[in-house]
Design a protein around this ligand. Structure first.
Ligand SMILES: Cc1cc(-c2ccco2)c2oc(N)nc2c1
Length: 156
């Protein structure tokens, strides 16, 4: 029976900038990504997103905007990863490197897609245009997308 794992990603934004983190270990190490991880038992998805953001880069989002949902499967692996994507323009705290992530601001024109998950080039444009989206990606290993679909959503 396939299992569904709930994960979060939070993107901290300024007008033309986005805060990314270089994953220093574990799943996706060496790739730039948003801040996030697993939703723990007993917490809401939004609570998990806030917790991971604080743990991974020291920031507290005062407002989280749901901007997308991305589901991932890997061939020959029964687990489905359901990633809830948020952004925030309203946050406080001091950006701090953690054991997990090395944070860095990028101009949205200079996002290092070649050092990120392959799926990012498909859905970042929706996020950057503030267009809610839903995506699905089937990976073969870590470096090949066998199948994908993506659509605009009308959240709320
Ligand atoms: C398979 C996969 C997982 C994640 C992930 C891990 C934790 C939160 O998200 C991704 O993030 C991005 N950008 N592509 C991703 C692919």
């Amino acid at each position: 029976m396939a299992s569904k794992k709930l994960l979060t990603l939070v993107f901290v934004r300024e007008h033309d900038k986005i805060l990314l983190g270089l994953k220093k270990r574990g799943f996706g190490a060496g790739k730039w990504n948003g801040f996030g991880g697993k939703v723990e038992p007993g917490e809401s998805i939004a609570e998990g997103a806030l917790r991971e953001l604080k743990e991974e880069c020291g920031l507290t989002a005062l407002e989280l905007r749901k901007i997308g949902l991305v589901e991932f499967e890997f061939e020959n692996d029964p687990n489905l990863l359901q990633v809830h994507v948020f952004d925030t323009y309203n946050y406080q705290g001091q950006i701090t490197e953690s054991e997990e992530m090395q944070p860095q601001w990028y101009d949205v024109k200079d996002i290092p897609y070649e050092k990120m998950w392959l799926d990012d080039t498909y859905w970042y444009p929706y996020m950057l245009r503030s267009e809610p989206f839903k995506g699905y990606f089937l990976y073969r290993g870590m470096d090949h997308i066998v199948h994908h679909k993506i659509e605009k959503l009308d959240f709320e």
